[in-house]
Design a protein around this ligand. Structure first.
Ligand SMILES: Nc1nc2c(ncn2[C@@H]2O[C@H](COP(=O)(O)OP(=O)(O)OP(=O)(O)O)[C@@H](O)[C@H]2O)c(=O)[nH]1
Ligand SMILES: [Mg+2]
Length: 435
């Protein structure tokens, strides 16, 4: 089965917790600190494997979690670093963050790799916190949680040229005659429901990859017919081969068909109309074909090169393929994602919580005259998750860091007072303002 779009959940492994431990020395109650750091969590990595052609492997298994790092050990030993989880994807896979819709990675060539969900940093053990002032701290960090993401994978076929046109104009017939591919050919519409790919060898021994796509109808860019599913696979092609039924066998007007398909291509993103196009007039064996072709040529004007063919008899296809090959060689690849669509750029450009935290006001309790405040923000939440509240010193460090980040001042500025309730994630604190 051909699967070209899936949604999955991926989570990097958590970092291992740091350890609080002390050396045991004879006659000394507490020796020096000896708690080691944890190990880092595993990343989730996607890697292209040229042997794969569909995203089928992701169809039934949609949750992936990389292993966590080991806990820090005594005697200053580090916890084990976790292995990365490597998942194989077919060439042409784009990975989107499903929430922001931004591209995390566009994986094209065999062996291309990208980290899709980062493993968490290791928590530091108490050995790492020893200073001159505090040589025996009982403080350790928890490991950083691994990155969690909702992802959308889209497979966009890698082909040099694509056959487009209304249903039943003969696209699959062309592919079958110029390559070893064996697509289904029939007189009804939407015979082709998933793309077919074939390798074309030209007379002068050059070769390229040709894709035969499902038929297009009006409104395809809005999802009519096989719509988006069809259009997605032309995105990476350099040359478009536009096939028209010049026989008008279904009572259609070839010129109207030509305009309608071009309109669909223009309405879809990715500037499909900027790519070089070859216009193929098929079914020239039909009674009305010659007459239709003469009129069509007048309508499109002298700038559009039209190739008359009889696909069924393999007549005229060689010229089309040679022309396609020439165009492929002289046309650069089209970047299919703009800078704004790619994650890194946007993430750095617009950081919503630059201070690392957010404050919002919750309920007011009339009886106790207190207010609830909800703290959020990536940095603050991470700090919170990495704090081990079992150790008083860790708690103090957490409070200190919050103060340094300006959280306390921020709360005061918003009107928080002694006794108010502060929420971070699922936890509740009491606001104590030291004046
Ligand atoms: N008369 C004539 N019929 C042709 C020619 N080429 C293809 N056909 C017929 O047109 C019909 C449709 O051909 P396909 O190749 O399946 O068309 P398609 O464009 O792939 O159609 P979809 O996959 O449904 O979009 C079939 O019955 C073919 O035999 C030709 O050159 N002349
Ligand atoms: Mg077909």
């Amino acid at each position: 089965m051909f699967i070209d779009q899936v949604k999955i959940f991926a989570k990097g492994g958590d970092g291992g917790n740091g350890m609080v431990a002390f050396r045991r020395e004879k006659y000394v109650d507490l020796g020096g600190p000896a708690g080691g750091n944890g190990g880092h969590g595993g990343n989730i990595i996607f890697q292209v494997d040229e042997g794969l052609r569909t995203l089928m492997d992701f169809r039934y298994n949609r949750k992936f979690e990389a292993p966590s790092g080991g806990k820090g050990l005594t005697k200053g030993c580090h916890g084990a670093n976790a292995d990365d989880l490597v998942l194989l994807v077919p060439p042409g896979t784009t990975v989107f963050d499903n929430e922001t819709d931004l591209v995390i990675a566009d994986l094209i060539h065999h062996g291309d790799r990208a980290v899709i969900a980062k493993g968490g940093r290791a928590g530091r053990g108490n050995m790492s916190f020893a200073t001159h002032k505090n040589p025996a701290p009982s403080i350790a960090e928890k490991g950083e949680p691994g990155q969690e993401r909702e992802l959308r994978l889209e497979l966009k076929l890698l082909a040099d040229a694509g056959l487009v046109g209304f249903p039943s104009v003969g696209k699959s017939t062309i592919l079958a005659n110029v390559s070893a591919a064996k697509p289904k050919i029939a007189a009804y519409h939407f015979t082709t429901i998933t793309p077919n790919i074939g390798v074309v060898a030209t007379e002068d021994r050059r070769s390229f990859v040709l894709a035969d796509l499902p038929g297009l109808i009006e409104g395809a860019h809005e999802g009519h017919g096989l719509g988006q599913q069809f259009l997605r696979h032309i995105e990476r092609t350099r040359v478009i081969i536009h096939v028209i039924d010049m026989g008008g066998t279904e009572g259609r007007d070839p010129y109207e068909d030509y305009l309608a398909i071009n309109k669909e291509l223009a309405s879809y993103r990715y500037q499909l109309m900027e790519r070089p196009m070859i216009v193929v007039a098929n079914k020239m064996d039909e009674p009305m074909a010659e007459e239709n072709l003469a009129r069509f040529r007048e309508q499109v004007g002298p700038d559009v090169d039209v190739f008359p063919v009889i696909a069924e008899l393999n007549e005229g296809l060689e010229d089309v393929m040679t022309r396609a090959m020439d165009l492929i060689e002289t046309t650069p690849e089209f970047p299919i994602y703009s800078e704004e669509e790619i994650e890194e750029v946007v993430v750095y450009k617009y950081r919503s919580d630059e201070e690392g935290f957010t404050i919002s006001k919750g309920n007011e309790n009339v009886a106790t005259r207190t207010t609830e405040w909800i703290l959020g923000g990536e940095r603050l939440e991470k700090l919170f998750k990495m704090t081990n509240f079992d150790h008083e010193e860790s708690v103090e460090r957490f409070a200190r860091t919050m103060r340094l980040m300006g959280v306390d001042q921020g709360l005061r500025d918003r009107g928080a007072k002694n006794g108010d309730t502060i929420w971070i994630l699922d936890y509740e604190f009491e606001f104590m303002d030291e004046e």
